[in-house]
Write a protein that binds this ligand. Sequence first.
Ligand SMILES: *Cc1c(COP(=O)(O)O)cnc(C)c1O
Length: 372
Amino acid sequence: MIKKLVRETCHGFEPYIAGKPIETIKRELGLKTVIKMASNENPLGASVKAMKAVKENIEKIFFYPDSNSYLLKQALSKRYRQPAGNIFTAAGGDEIIELIAKVFFNPEDEIVYSKHSFIRYGMAAKLMGSKAVVVPMKKCFTHDLKEMIKACGPKTKAVFITNPNNPTGTYNTKAELAQFLKNLPENKFGMKPIVILDEAYFEYAKLEKDYPDGLTFLKDNPNLIVFRTFSKIYGLAGLRVGYGFSSGAIVDHIERIRPPFNVNILAQAAAVAAIDDTAQVIKSQKLVKAEKKFLYKEFAKLKVPFLKSAGNFILFNCAPLKGKEFFVSMLKEGIITRSMDEYDLCDWVRMTVGLHKENVLFIKKLKKIIRS
Ligand SMILES: *Cc1c(COP(=O)(O)O)cnc(C)c1O
């Protein structure tokens, strides 16, 4: 009955399948120790500076947060050399995707994105009733930017690019991205579509050869929105903070529709402290770089096909097992991974790079599963 009242565009949504929390698995399977390698969190944890900031602000939680995230925007402005008026903040990159959709996506619009890219883009398009135009990837599992340009027509309102992409870990180079932004055709509004560049793994990917910093394209592309998050390398996933950069006009419209208190008081304080903790970032980069090398070598030894990743996660092929079966076997061994059915990668699994001892354990269990 209630379904009759639900907006038509909200029909047919499946609940989002999130990485399972450790406590849930311990409870469900009666396991003592469980490792989570499912959601690309930072295994080193949050920055000590951020945790200190949370403690210092705990007594202020009866106040509403600063609606404007003034201090956080100032810190981001200083750190990334962008005017504060070109920055917006939100409860994670996830809310950023939704805010952009709410401001710009009409039912008659087409939204272009790549197959096997972050599923929240498709969900945002669907929520607004817009048409999703999904472009196949190249054989090497990277965004096919040339084909994405071809997919843009008069109705194209926006294009999503994930760089590096989750779950494949692949990235597009600086030259490719520059070419893409330049060649993007105008739509029926006489403008280039809005390009949403998702750089959730920027701090890991910047170590890769020819990886572009999206911010360098902002000056020449007022249609570009670049966003990042404190959930990944900064280790603040539980607090929900993300931030975006764009032209003043785009930021202004996002600001008008966002919930006034979307970034909570502890999240703002922690994020400001985390930005200055470069030691934590460098430590995390080094760990992930060394551990990816270790894991690649082990995958190769076991002849398990995998994709080299610019992020802190690796996608590997578990055929002849289905991803879901592998996931269940790994869960019984006390390790939470992510199967990839909703990304149309049914015999692939994504694992988050952990601490060395966790990765060693993961490989030990992987051997056991593929040999049984
Ligand atoms: C994790 C992630 C995000 C955003 O995560 P939040 O926790 O909502 O900030 C956005 N895009 C991609 C590709 C991600 O993997």
